[in-house]
Design a protein around this ligand. Structure first.
Ligand code: SF4
Length: 181
């Protein structure tokens, strides 16, 4: 199968792409993550995926977008915010896959035990049905630690928070304020 993988970041892409290649699939990456804030972090993760693309020989298409204010002003629960965040990225990936002759699309988000896995799976399938392209589902979480270790061995930058400004404030800023107390 020719599979388009939405890549949320390089470290998360390591294990799923390796697994799909081992199973004789063709894998192409797509970077579209307007949820990564602030801009310095966005650029860092983008550059790291460029690095991984060269190291792994997996072609990656980069579609830039940066939408910090949408996340800052979002009114809703954490789950609703993450649903908006997943949907935005999966919709673009599904359309890109359909328009460019892929057999299916998937996302590296499926590797992370810190993401809402069931929500990603159901959104991936729903959006795939709406757009007209199958969503490739596999529970890649079994390879999470292996992928992170390989990312470390490759010298890839590994971020400390999910991505949006809200998750940045919750994890990084809280950590600093605790240290200062
Ligand atoms: S916590 Fe992660 S998945 Fe949820 S909105 Fe923020 S970046 Fe997106």
């Amino acid at each position: 199968m020719k599979i388009l993988m939405h890549m949320c970041c390089a470290p998360c892409a390591v294990y799923p792409s390796k697994k799909l290649l081992e199973n004789k699939n063709e894998v192409f990456g797509l970077f579209f993550n307007p949820n990564i804030h602030p801009i310095e972090e966005y650029q860092k993760r983008r550059t790291t995926l460029e690095q991984f693309s060269k190291q792994s020989d997996i072609p990656v298409e980069f579609i830039d977008g940066f939408m910090q204010s949408e996340w800052e002003t979002f009114k809703g629960t954490t789950e609703e915010r993450c649903q908006m965040c997943y949907s935005l990225r999966l919709q673009l990936a599904a359309k890109y896959a359909l328009d460019n002759g892929f057999d299916s699309y998937t996302t590296s988000l499926l590797v992370s035990p810190y993401q809402n896995h069931d929500l990603i799976k159901s959104l991936g399938e729903k959006i795939g049905n709406q757009v007209g392209i199958p969503f490739y589902y596999e529970d890649f979480r079994t390879g999470y630690r292996q992928g992170q270790q390989e990312a470390k061995d490759l010298g890839l930058y590994r971020q400390k928070y999910c991505g949006c400004i809200v998750s940045y404030n919750e994890t990084i800023l809280q950590k600093f304020s605790k240290k200062a107390q």
